[in-house]
Structures are given as structure tokens and as C-alpha cells.
Design a protein around this ligand. Structure first.
Ligand code: HQG
Length: 183
């Protein structure tokens, strides 16, 4: 059982790599909205020493701890729900965000964030969460987490737009420093 979960996690990491960052490593093509053809993905994975079939792919999608991937309704296509570095348009509709959002980071970035605000860095959006716990987990990937509070209400009043990915992450283009509470 443990080995099985480990294998699924390993495969899910590989899928994150090809569906978010480097589809070209296995010669995969992605459409403008980040979708890839499921049959093509399976074929290319197998050609690149990455054994995969549809039922395993389904299992990865269903068991992924952060619900990172989605199939299209007809199950012919698959994409990552967020976190891309390749330039794609998730075609998400703007959505009213909660008044307060959180971002988990670490101390060493604070000075720069204080000067520039939150930037997308390598990704396509700044990632925010509605709950403190998620932000804590995100920050602790890099060390002792520091939680920033984002005044999303004021940002929206000032015309900034928010989106929510299919797995619940709040996304925006940037967060200027004046909307960040460094506590
Ligand atoms: C920081 C994971 C200096 C920012 C997570 C963060 C999340 C700045 C890092 C998702 C800065 C970027 C996203 C500035 C931002 N100066 N540092 N001006 N602006 N930063 O990984 O939010 O497992 O791109 O604080 O769970 O950490 O991939 O963003 O520390 O949901 O599904 O620059 O990735 O999900 O790092 O994480 P990231 P993130 P997955």
C-alpha cells in the first residue's frame, strides 16, 4: 500500500512537470488553455519510460492530495488546474474573492515583497488561499512559514481582479505592497 502511494506520488510529480512546466520533455503539445490530449499523453509517457495507462491516470487525478489535475468533461483531455510556468490561459472567469486572503512565504523574501509587493515569479499568477492553514503549508515548503494577510476587499474595490482555480486556489496578477499586512 505504502509503495503504491509512493508510486502515485512519483507519477503525479512527473505529470506536474509535463502539464505545468515542460511538456516538451516528452514531445507533448498543449493547447492555448493548457489542455493536452489524454491518448497522446499516455502514448508519449510510455515512449519516454514512464509507464502509464488510462486507469492509472484516473487514479492519479482522483487521489492527488491537492486535486492538481482535471479531465475535460468528455475525458479526452487533461490539464493541471494551476501552477503553470508555461504561458497558457486557464480561461477562468473573474470571481469575487473573500475580503481577506492569505499568502504563505518565508522571512528571507519579506524585504523584497515589502518593496515590490507579491509577484508571480516563475508562475502565471500569484497564489493565495482563503484559509490560514493552507498558507502555512505553502510557506513551510521553504522553511519557517510567515503568513501575509492580503486585503482582497480593498484590492477589488480598486479594480484588481481575482480568479479561482478548479482546485480552489485564489489567483491574481500581483499584490502591491500597500494591500499586504506584514504581521
Ligand atoms: C515569493 C504549490 C521575493 C513567494 C503551493 C513565494 C502553492 C517573492 C515564491 C503553489 C516576491 C514563489 C504556489 C517578491 C513573491 N520578492 N519573493 N516580490 N513575490 N515572492 O512556488 O505561492 O504543490 O511560485 O512568497 O502549495 O509559494 O505546486 O509560489 O515564496 O499552491 O501544487 O516567491 O505551489 O502548489 O514561489 O506556491 P511559488 P507559492 P503545488
Amino acid at each position: 500500500m505504502y509503495l503504491k502511494m509512493k508510486d502515485l506520488k512519483h507519477k503525479s510529480r512527473f505529470l506536474s512537470l509535463v502539464l505545468r512546466h515542460k511538456p516538451e520533455t516528452i514531445g507533448l503539445s498543449m493547447d492555448a488553455n493548457g489542455w493536452v490530449n489524454v491518448d497522446e499523453l499516455i502514448e508519449k509517457c510510455n515512449q519516454n519510460n514512464f509507464p502509464l495507462d488510462f486507469s492509472l491516470l484516473e487514479e492519479i487525478v482522483e487521489t492527488n492530495d491537492k486535486n492538481r489535475f482535471s479531465f475535460s468533461e468528455d475525458l479526452l483531455k487533461i490539464r493541471a488546474n494551476q501552477g503553470h510556468s508555461v504561458e497558457i490561459d486557464l480561461a477562468l472567469a473573474p470571481k469575487e474573492a473573500p475580503a481577506l486572503l492569505y499568502h504563505g512565504t518565508v522571512e528571507k523574501f519579506l524585504e523584497s515583497i515589502n518593496q515590490q509587493g507579491l509577484k508571480k515569479m516563475e508562475r502565471q499568477h500569484v497564489h493565495l488561499s482563503k484559509d490560514l492553514q493552507t498558507a502555512q503549508k505553502v510557506g513551510s515548503r521553504r522553511g519557517k512559514p510567515v503568513i501575509l494577510k492580503i486585503n482582497a476587499q480593498q484590492m477589488q474595490a480598486d479594480g484588481y481582479v481575482f480568479y479561482q482555480s478548479d482546485n480552489g486556489v485564489w489567483l491574481c496578477e500581483e499584490v502591491p505592497a500597500k494591500y499586504i499586512e506584514f504581521s
